[in-house]
Ligand binder design. Structure first.
Ligand code: VGL
Ligand code: ZN
Length: 213
C-alpha cells in the first residue's frame, strides 16, 4: 500500500482503549498500551473520531465467574453461538472500564458503549454477538456521510476484527491500521482474524501511510 490521504468522508474508530486491556488490567492485551501513542498521532490527522467502550454490568454472561466450574478462556454455548469466557473486565463505573489516561479522547464526537446487556456479549461495535442487535453505529456513520472507517485499538483479533467484518457487511470501506492495534492471540485467533478480514475485503495499512488532507 502506498499512501492514504484522509478525506472528509473518513472516520477513525478507536476500539476499547481501556485500562483493563492495558498493562496491569484484568484482561491485559500484550503491549496493549503500546498502540496509544500511534493512535494519538492518528487522532490529530482525522476530523472525525469515534470511541468504543466495553461496558459490562457486574455478573455479565461473558465472565467465566458467571458460569459454575468454568475458567477464563474456556468457551460456552450461548443461545447466539459459541462464547469465549473472560476474566471479569470493563465493569461499568470501575477504573478498568475507563479510557486509558494516555489516550487523547477530547476530539471524539461519539462514544459507543457495548456489552451492556447481561445475557449477550458484543465484540463488534456495529452488532452484538448475535449479529442481529444493532448498536446504532451504522446509522450514525451513514447519517454523517462517512463511507470509510479506519479501525485502531484493542484487541485486533476480537473487538477490532469483528467490527471490521460487520463494517464490511454494512458496506463501509474498512481499513485496519496494523501498528495501531494489539492482539490477544488465543489459540491462533489472530491468524484466523487476519484471514477472515482479508477475505471480507478489509484493507490493511500502517500508520505512517496515512497523511492528513
Ligand atoms: C474484548 C474480549 C472481551 C476486546 C472485549 O475489546 O477485544 N475482548 N471483551
Ligand atoms: Zn468484554
Amino acid at each position: 500500500m502506498g499512501t492514504l490521504t484522509v478525506q472528509p468522508t473518513d472516520v477513525l474508530v478507536v476500539v476499547d482503549v481501556q485500562n483493563d486491556f492495558c498493562e496491569g488490567g484484568a484482561l491485559a492485551v500484550p503491549d496493549g498500551e503500546g498502540c496509544i501513542p500511534v493512535i494519538n498521532g492518528l487522532i490529530d490527522k482525522f476530523d472525525a473520531v469515534v470511541l468504543t467502550q466495553d461496558w459490562h454490568p457486574i455478573g455479565h454472561s461473558s465472565f467465566a465467574s458467571s458460569h459454575d466450574g468454568k475458567s477464563p478462556f474456556e468457551t460456552v454455548r450461548m443461545p447466539y453461538g459459541e462464547q469465549v469466557l473472560w476474566p471479569n473486565h470493563c465493569v461499568q463505573e470501575t477504573f478498568g472500564a475507563e479510557f486509558h489516561p494516555a489516550l487523547n479522547a477530547t476530539k471524539a464526537s461519539l462514544i459507543v458503549r457495548k456489552g451492556f446487556r447481561p445475557q449477550i456479549d458484543s465484540y463488534s461495535t456495529f452488532y452484538e454477538n448475535d449479529r442481529q442487535t444493532a448498536t446504532g453505529l451504522t446509522g450514525y456513520l451513514k447519517d454523517r456521510g462517512f463511507t470509510r472507517v479506519f479501525l485502531v485499538g484493542l484487541a485486533t483479533d476480537f473487538c477490532v476484527a469483528w467490527s471490521a467484518l460487520d463494517g464490511r457487511a454494512e458496506s463501509f470501506e474498512m481499513v485496519l491500521v496494523e501498528d495501531a492495534c494489539r492482539a490477544i492471540d488465543l489459540d491462533g485467533s489472530l491468524d484466523a482474524a487476519m484471514k477472515a478480514m482479508a477475505n471480507a475485503g478489509v484493507v490493511t495499512c500502517k500508520s505512517d501511510e496515512i497523511l492528513a488532507a
